[in-house]
Structures are given as C-alpha cells and as structure tokens.
Design a protein around this ligand. Structure first.
Ligand SMILES: [Zn+2]
Length: 372
C-alpha cells in the first residue's frame, strides 16, 4: 500500500462538488484484484451491500468492466471506516462511493476528472526501436503502439545510423500519474532520408495522402440507416436514466422492419430476449470476435445457426429500453467491447469530402512533425 498526498484527493473531491470532512491524513492506493468484484469489495470493506444490489441490471453489468490491475483509491476516517472510494470503471468513468452529509453511503458513476496533455518528441533510434522510444519517453506501451502503427511500412530489424522517429501523442494524467492508453496523433519514421508518415483521424491511421494504411477487416455495416443516433463512447449521458454510462456500440436509426444483416460469417450464440436490449442476437465470429444486435422487432435466426456476411438475421425495431426504432450494434474481441467504427470498412466514404477533411488535418500535423 502506498500513501499519496492528500491534496490531490481533495482536489478530486472538490471537483465533484461533494461535501466532505477532513478526518484522515492519508489516502490508500490499491490495485483491483484478480477475482475482485464490486460485491466482494463492499463485503471486504464493511460497506453496505445494497450499494450493489440497488443498482439496476445494466449498471450491475457495467461494474464488470473494472479491469484487473486498475489502480483505485480509498480514504478512511479515524475509525478506519471508508468514507471515500474512487474506482475507475474505464478510461472515462469512475465508481464513486462516499458518505453523504447524513453519514449514509452513496454510489454514483461519474466522469473521471483527468487532465490531458499533448507531447511532441523527436527521438534518434540508437538502440532497438522499442528500447530507444521507451528510454526516451519512459513509456513502453507507447513504443509498442508505434510499432503496431508502423509495422507494415518499417522493417524494424533493418535500422541504420541516423534513423529517427517523431511523435505527437496525447496522454491522460489522473491522481498525478499516467492514466489510460495514450493516443498517437501523428508520427513519422525516418530511415535513410525517407520518411514514413502516419496520421490518426477518427479511429484509423492514414498516410500523408490520406489513404487508409491499417487495413481493418471485411466486417460490414449491419443495416441501411438514416442516421447514427448514438456513437460508441465510454461516457454517455443517458437521456432516460439521467446518469452516465458507457455506450458499447453504435445505434443505427431507420424505420421498423429494416433488414438487419450479419456483419460477418459466424455462428449464432444467442437469439432471444435480453433485458434492456429487447430482442437480441449474438453471433460468434473467428478470432475471438462477437457481434450483437439489439432492439429488434423480429429475430430470423436460431441459436447455433451458421450465418454468412450480409445474411438477414432480423428486423429493426424498438424492443427493450429504447426511445425509437434503431439497431444497437456492438462488437467485442475476447470479451471486451470495441468501437465497431474501427472494425467496419466504409470504402465509399474515403473519397472526396472525407478525404479533404483528413488531408487538412494531415497537413497541420505534418508541419508540426517536420519542425520538431
Ligand atoms: Zn445502443
């Protein structure tokens, strides 16, 4: 257990506007354990279990999003009772447990009050690619990330004297520590006078001509739609429930009865009713992928059935908790939700209008990179 300065914690509390009294001189920093659950956490810390039981089904599910190894903080009063606990749920939201003015425990899900900073660095590659970047930025995951972004264009085993990398990246800080995953916004790798550029735009990396450079896959958009009514986000203000929640998918709105297609070949692993999501289908695809389809008006497949890309599996509806006809579409990899927009290829849009937008950003970042 490590103690960190109290003022940081106080800052955090002040920013949430909660009343609190100063009864302690230390905050404990802990790691979310291997088989830890919110219920176990409450039990072990003598906190009321109803904090969990009184959550609705969806919020209970969301509690499983807390990653093993997540750093969290608790503060105790002089009788060793916890009066504050802050547990990150994902990179945007945290579970906040606290004693209110009436000395009653409360649990809420609120945005994490992190700060974000943009770093611009140029690093000569003198050791291996990974080692040079890690040594200079103290950030191993950034080095791995860059290797992944550049791997199709750079032969990391054939480096030569004078090679260098320039990076613009964004990183979050929370409780005085690096927090979450960093985002590489732009980079070039220079090898023997030629530079390979990569630029981030809306979930994908592009080269300096604004062409997609990381091939995604052949997953397709699961239906025709009039508009996207909700995007994938780790933090969404829920209009019906009036609270924050992650939205682990994309909502495609169209009229009731619009055919819904399988996004890729697979096997139906669930077809039936799910609370909140109404009529719901889950399909298992190769390589640890699953896709889900919610709020359907009709299901046209059965459990265990094989389906092909573009095969109609159901019809759009508004079943479950829904404000209007739309498809809730989600993709997970090895049990973790990912942004479907990063997985689906929309080829027709990468021309003209979108390309001009990307090129504008590419130019801006390229100018900064080249001046580093
Ligand atoms: Zn949705």
């Amino acid at each position: 257990m490590r103690y960190i300065k109290l003022f940081l914690f106080l800052l955090l509390l002040v920013s949430h506007g909660n009343a609190f009294t100063l009864k302690t001189n230390a905050v404990e920093e802990k790691k979310w354990g291997n088989s830890e659950t919110l219920l176990k956490f409450l039990e072990q810390n003598a906190l009321p279990l109803k904090l969990y039981y009184e959550l609705d089904e969806e919020d209970k599910k969301v509690m499983h999003d807390i990653n093993i190894g997540t750093t969290y903080y608790i503060a105790r009063d002089c009788s060793r009772d916890i009066y504050q606990a802050v547990i990150p749920l994902n990179e945007e939201l945290e579970v906040h447990i606290y004693k209110d003015i009436a000395n009653k425990y409360k649990l809420e899900i609120i945005p994490i009050n992190y700060t974000q900073k943009i770093y611009k660095v140029k690093i000569p590659i003198t050791l291996s690619f990974i080692n040079s970047i890690t040594k200079s930025t103290h950030n191993y995951s950034l080095a791995l990330n860059l290797q992944r972004i550049l791997k199709r264009k750079v032969n990391f085993k054939r480096l030569s004297k004078g090679d260098e990398i320039a990076i613009i990246y964004k990183e979050k800080t929370w409780m005085n520590k690096k927090f979450g995953t960093q985002r590489v916004l732009a980079t070039y790798f220079k090898h023997k006078k030629s530079k390979v550029y990569k630029f981030f735009y809306n979930g994908k990396y592009y080269d300096k001509n604004a062409k997609v450079t990381i091939k995604t896959s052949s997953f397709i958009v699961p239906c025709r739609y009039r508009r996207i009514s909700s995007i994938f986000t780790k933090k969404r203000w829920h209009p019906i429930l009036h609270r924050y929640r992650p939205h682990h998918g994309i909502d495609y709105a169209n009229r009731v009865g619009t055919p819904i297609w399988a996004t890729y070949n697979g096997v139906v692993t669930y077809a039936g009713w799910v609370r909140g999501y109404g009529r719901y289908i889950e399909i298992r695809h190769p390589n640890g992928y699953h896709s889900v389809y919610g709020h359907l008006s009709r299901i046209k497949v059965k459990n265990g059935q094989r389906v092909k890309t573009h095969q109609v599996i159901g019809l759009m509806g508004s079943s479950g908790m829904s404000t209007g006809p739309h498809l809730h579409f989600g993709i997970k990899v090895n049990g973790k939700w990912i942004n479907p927009a990063n997985k689906i290829v929309v080829v027709k849009n990468t021309q003209s209008k979108l390309r001009r937008k990307i090129l504008k950003q590419v130019k801006r970042y390229k100018r900064i990179l080249d001046k580093l």
